[in-house]
Design a protein. Structure first.
Length: 252
């Protein structure tokens, strides 16, 4: 299914995946699409960041032992269902792959996960004393998004552009950490032109850089490893380009 043609469903599935309510085959199909399609991967990472921010507002609470028992029971039940499904798949000839839009839309697990995502987001908002409607209204707008990956397609940096605040927001999603004598530098890659520096990154998990829409109206971004403090934009990258990826415009 082309989730890009169904943005509302993509958002619900990404939220459900981040919450853990998207399970079984639906979760595996979503993760397969996320590996193959950068916009789907970006939506998943954006929702992970949103929910991580919500949990920071809540004081740590030690769960009741019954909670862990219930989680263990759910995991055992899901593993048992998966084992039965594998046995049925092995015994039943495959007549047609589940690749059509109809097959996806008829997936009960997918719709249950999406519906649960919406409900659980609302419950979380109430639980931490937030007004969900107000949070959504005040949430940063995202006009452009990129997932920058290494040569093995491992995601390392999520980049979004907020046109309201004229900011690039960068979130580290990989394990790479530069040395104390090095800096990461973000570059815009215009078609047919030389790379243009968008800023030097510090080692914080999240970073904001001032930028205009004209700065980010490019097909791709890249990050190079440079000497401490970065290098002048005019000369382009001098160190290896570690991460790169297409910059995708989203409908606001």
């Amino acid at each position: 299914m082309n989730l890009l043609a169904h943005p509302e469903l993509l958002e619900l599935l990404a939220a459900s995946h981040a919450l853990g309510t998207l399970r079984g085959g639906a979760r595996r199909r979503f993760e397969t699409l996320a590996r193959e399609q950068a916009p789907v991967r970006a939506a998943a990472l954006v929702w992970q960041g949103r929910l991580a921010g919500m949990t920071e507002l809540q004081q740590p609470v030690t769960p009741d032992p019954a909670v862990w028992t219930r989680i263990r029971n759910l995991i055992d039940a899901e593993q048992a269902q998966q084992a039965l499904a594998r046995q049925r798949d092995a015994a039943t000839p495959i007549t047609a792959p589940l690749t059509t839009t109809g097959g996806w839309l008829r997936s009960l697990a997918l719709w249950r996960g999406a519906a649960a995502a919406g409900a659980l987001v609302a419950v979380l908002a109430v639980g931490v004393g937030l007004n969900l409607r107000e949070q959504l209204i005040n949430a940063p707008a995202v006009q452009y998004v990129a997932v920058l990956s290494d040569d093995k397609a491992a995601a390392s940096m999520l980049v979004t552009f907020d046109p309201k605040k004229k900011q690039l927001v960068l979130q580290r999603v990989g394990t790479f950490r530069e040395g104390t004598d090095k800096s990461l530098q973000l570059w815009a890659l215009p078609p047919g032109g030389a790379p243009r520096s968008l800023g030097v990154l510090d080692n914080a998990p999240a970073l904001r850089l001032a930028a205009s829409e004209s700065d980010v109206r490019v097909p791709a971004l890249a990050i190079s490893l440079e000497p401490k403090g970065g290098v002048p934009s005019a000369g382009g990258p001098t160190g290896p380009v570690l991460f790169h990826g297409p910059l995708i415009e989203k409908t606001l």
